[in-house]
Design a binder for this molecule. Structure first.
Ligand SMILES: [Zn+2]
Length: 236
């Protein structure tokens, strides 16, 4: 089990850590700033820097079998660190920040389009959500203009914790049908965009919608009779 520093502060780029275990599968640390793939957001990439000056390139980060277990996947052929080794974990911040901006933008999209979310994915520079909406009622330009307005309005974004009971009493909060929020731990972490969106989410987000910057609706695809895929990209 690892201390997940990105959970409380998505802006941390680096931390010191100790190696718990390292094998062909990957490297486990006692604490980490690396976000493991989940909730439609890709795992972080970056470097593990040893005191000797040696650096291990991390090409992906995934969840382990146990709760809060994070596996840092080294580039093929990388030498592995010894257990107990102290190191510095550095994420590729430029890439992560783009992922945070796009991830937060998908929350805005979710608030604009009526209909349940059936899937979603953030990739570097792009993001998409699938909506359960009939017909071809979605208008590309209208969605883009509403999105850019919400971005420019500079809404604060932040976590809010509620109890399992409070969540059960407000099932409308769960927009993403494909991803059930983790419950049974007594409390659930929600992401709130003040006045715009509130839903359970474990991903990383920017602190203010203004940080997202201008976006475009690149495409709206028909994925089956009821399913519409809205694909976003950064305008610049
Ligand atoms: Zn989120």
């Amino acid at each position: 089990m690892s201390e997940l520093l990105f959970r409380d502060d998505g802006y941390l780029r680096s931390c010191s850590a100790r190696v718990i275990e390292a094998d062909a599968q990957g490297i486990k640390l006692d604490r980490t700033v690396f976000y493991p793939m989940g909730g439609g957001q890709p795992g972080d990439t970056g470097m593990l820097r040893l005191p000797s000056g040696r650096a291990i390139a991390i090409v992906d980060t995934v969840k382990g079998a146990a709760a809060d277990e994070v596996i840092h996947v080294p580039a093929p052929g990388s030498p592995l660190p010894e257990p107990e080794a102290e190191l510095v974990a550095d994420i590729d911040w430029e890439r992560r920040y783009r992922l945070m901006r796009m991830h937060t933008c998908l929350h805005l999209l979710c608030s604009i389009v009526p209909g349940a979310v059936t899937g979603g994915q953030v990739s570097d520079g792009r993001g998409r959500l699938d909506f359960d909406v009939p017909g071809s009622s979605l208008d590309k330009e209208a969605i883009a203009s509403r999105l850019n307005a919400l971005i420019a309005e500079a809404h604060p974004v932040g976590p809010r914790w509620i109890t399992d009971e409070e969540l059960a009493a407000q099932p409308d909060l769960v927009r993403t049908m494909s991803v059930k929020p983790p419950s049974g731990m007594g409390r659930v972490r929600l992401m709130e965009i003040s006045g715009v969106d509130l839903q359970p989410c474990g991903g990383t987000h920017v602190r203010n919608t203004a940080e997202i910057g201008p976006v475009i609706v690149a495409k709206i695809e028909n994925k089956g009779r009821q399913n519409r895929r809205v694909i976003l990209a950064f305008a610049e």
